[in-house]
Design a protein around this ligand. Structure first.
Ligand code: IPD
Length: 256
C-alpha cells in the first residue's frame, strides 16, 4: 500500500475522534477570540483540534512537515507535508450551524496526493486519493453533469475584510448570480468543494483563501471529475472548482 493511504487511514481515525469531541463540546459555552476581523473567530476547539491532530502526526511521523491554520508551519525533513484546518467554518460552529468540518490534505513532494474533509455534525466523511477517486462515507462520488449556468447551483463566500476593502468578490457575485439557477453560501470553503465533488453544487469559487481551506477539497473535486483553478494572489488564494460543463463560462465571468 502506498504510504499516503496508510496516512489517510490514520487521518480518518483522528478526524472521527476529534469531530466527536467538537460536536459534544458545541453544546456548552465556549471560549473564543477574534483574528483578522471581529467575525474571524478562533474557538477553543479550533486550538484543541489542531493540537490533537499535530500531536498524533508528530508521534507517528516525527519528520513530517505540517502547515496549520492556527499555529502555522512545522518544519521537518521529509517529502510529506500535512495541511490542516482544524475547523473550517468556525463561524458556523460557534453559532450552532452544522456546516463545519476538519480538513486534512497530504502532500508528497509538494503535490496533493490524498485528503479528507469530515463534517462531524452531519457525519459525512469525504475522502480522495490521487488517481483513484473520491468518496463520501465510502461511496464513490462524481461531479455534476450540468452544462448550463441557468440550471447550475453555485457556491461562494466572502472574505473577512469585505467591509474594509473594495478588493472583494461582491462584483463577481453581482455579475454571476443573475445568470445562475441558484446561489449558496454555506460558510465553509472546504465543504463547498466537497459539495461540488458530490454534485450537490455545480461549482464554487472564492478569493482570499488559504491552502488549509482548500487542499483536500480541490483534490476531491479533481478526483470526482471536476475542473479546478487556483492562483496565488497578494492576499491569499483564488480558487475555482466546477463541473466541466460550466467551467469555461463561469471562469470567464469571474476572472481576476
Ligand atoms: C473560512 C471559511 C469561509 C471562507 C473564509 C475561510 P475558517 O475558514 O472557509 O467559508 O469564506 O475565507 O477563511 O476561518 O472558518 O477556517
Amino acid at each position: 500500500m502506498q504510504e499516503w493511504k496508510e496516512m489517510l487511514e490514520l487521518a480518518e481515525k483522528w478526524a472521527l475522534e476529534a469531530g466527536k469531541e467538537q460536536t459534544a463540546r458545541a453544546e456548552k459555552p465556549m471560549e473564543m477570540s477574534s483574528k483578522s476581523a471581529a467575525i474571524d473567530l478562533v474557538t477553543e476547539m479550533d486550538v484543541w483540534t489542531e493540537s490533537f491532530l499535530t500531536e498524533n502526526i508528530r508521534r507517528h511521523y516525527p519528520d513530517h512537515l505540517m502547515k496549520t491554520e492556527e499555529s502555522g508551519a512545522y518544519e521537518g525533513n521529509s517529502p510529506y507535508e500535512w495541511v490542516i484546518d482544524p475547523i473550517d467554518g468556525t463561524v458556523n460552529y460557534a453559532r450552532g450551524l452544522p456546516f463545519y468540518c476538519i480538513s486534512i490534505g497530504i502532500r508528497y513532494e509538494g503535490e496533493t496526493v490524498a485528503g479528507l474533509v469530515y463534517a462531524p455534525k452531519l457525519d459525512e466523511m469525504f475522502e480522495a486519493v490521487k488517481g483513484e477517486g473520491a468518496w463520501l462515507n465510502g461511496n464513490r462520488i462524481h461531479i455534476s453533469e450540468t452544462k448550463r449556468l441557468d440550471e447550475a447551483v453555485v457556491g461562494s463566500g466572502f472574505p473577512y475584510d469585505k467591509g474594509t476593502t473594495e478588493d472583494n468578490n461582491l462584483p463577481h457575485v453581482q455579475q454571476v448570480v443573475p445568470r445562475l439557477g441558484g446561489f449558496r453560501r454555506t460558510g465553509s470553503a472546504a465543504l463547498d468543494l466537497c459539495y461540488v465533488a458530490c454534485a450537490r453544487l455545480d461549482a464554487s469559487w472564492e478569493i482570499k483563501l488559504h491552502d488549509w481551506d482548500v487542499e483536500a477539497g480541490l483534490l476531491l473535486v479533481r478526483e470526482a471529475g471536476g475542473r479546478t483553478k487556483v492562483s496565488e494572489e497578494e492576499k491569499g488564494l483564488y480558487a475555482l472548482a466546477a463541473a466541466p460543463g460550466i467551467y469555461t463560462e463561469l471562469e470567464a465571468l469571474i476572472k481576476r
